[in-house]
Design a protein around this ligand. Structure first.
Ligand SMILES: NC(=O)c1ccc[n+]([C@@H]2O[C@H](COP(=O)([O-])OP(=O)(O)OC[C@H]3O[C@@H](n4cnc5c(N)ncnc54)[C@H](OP(=O)(O)O)[C@@H]3O)[C@@H](O)[C@H]2O)c1
Length: 260
């Protein structure tokens, strides 16, 4: 039996990772802040799939969060075979009009916590010469996004970091994958306070989290360094920027994301 830890497992893409990994027979460690939601997901997956599921209620922005998670795993004798770094958030708006604390928390959760958990889990995986790390980036990683500037930049970090580690970890048999979903039907846009007139990024339809997770797990199995989920449309969107001068690209994206 293998064990997967999923951050942000209480809703959206993370909850679907929990479901699909349980269906494949993995034991789970579910991490997020919402205790009731996590427990309900764990109870349902235990009874449906007969797996073990451990709930760790943890605000990943709290001091000592990652050390606390790993000490709980140690006490319970759990070695991780798969880490899914999924917890993250964005916030819409002009940088100067938002709260500085929100941006710094975003960088902390989307980047620092992800690097911290990756570093900690790699220690055991390197010794055991096996394991997988799946980091959730975004199609936002491929171009600057005015009014979503910090978020897009954090996701560029996640993709670059994941691809570099994919190479570094090959000699000891650890797989690393950066997953780039396009707009997906979750709580994300509500949390990000997208304007009512713009419930999701303009001109793009929402994918189901089930599709995103299916494509991500397939890419992980195939040993890819990255995957843009959502088929040809997202492939075209993320590659379009390569052939356009950067300022022109940024202006086009900015015009799309601006509320007049
Ligand atoms: N939806 C999209 O369009 C989309 C597209 C590309 C990439 N992504 C990425 O996909 C990932 C999952 O997002 P989602 O779309 O599934 O959104 P979501 O439904 O809002 O889920 C976010 C998850 O992160 C957890 N979380 C947030 N802050 C946390 C904290 N401080 N400590 C612990 N857990 C925290 C939330 O749980 P609690 O509130 O219970 O803590 C929740 O489980 C994110 O990294 C996001 O950037 C989303």
């Amino acid at each position: 039996m293998t064990t997967a830890l999923i951050t942000g497992a209480s809703s959206g893409i993370g909850a679907v990772f929990a479901e699909q990994l349980a269906a494949q027979g993995h034991d789970l460690v579910l991490v997020a802040r919402s205790q009731e939601k996590l427990q309900a997901i764990a109870d349902q997956l235990i009874s449906t799939y007969g797996i073990n599921a451990t709930v760790i209620v943890q605000d990943l922005l709290a001091e000592g969060a990652t050390a606390n998670i790993f000490s709980q795993l140690e006490v319970q004798g759990i070695d991780l075979d798969l880490l899914v770094n999924n917890a993250g958030f964005g916030t819409y708006g002009e940088l100067a009009d938002g709260e500085l604390t929100t941006y710094l928390n975003m960088i902390q959760l989307n980047i620092s916590v992800l690097v911290d958990l990756t570093y900690r889990v790699l220690q055991g995986m390197k010794v055991r010469r096996s394991g997988s790390i799946l980091n959730i980036s975004s199609t936002a990683a491929f171009q600057p996004i005015p009014y979503f500037a910090v978020y897009a930049a954090t996701k560029s970090f996640v993709l670059s970091f994941s691809e570099a580690l994919w190479y570094e970890c090959q000699p000891y048999g650890v797989k690393v994958l950066g997953v780039c979903p396009g707009p997906t039907e979750t709580q994300f846009f509500k949390t990000a306070a997208f304007p009512d007139a713009m419930e999701s990024p303009p001109g793009q339809s929402l994918a189901s989290p089930a599709e995103v997770v299916r494509e991500a797990l397939k890419a992980l199995e195939q040993g890819q360094s990255n995957v843009v989920t959502g088929g040809l449309t997202n492939q075209i969107l993320v590659n379009a920027g390569r052939f356009i001068p950067r300022e022109m690209l940024t202006k086009a994206v900015g015009d799309m994301f601006k509320v007049n």
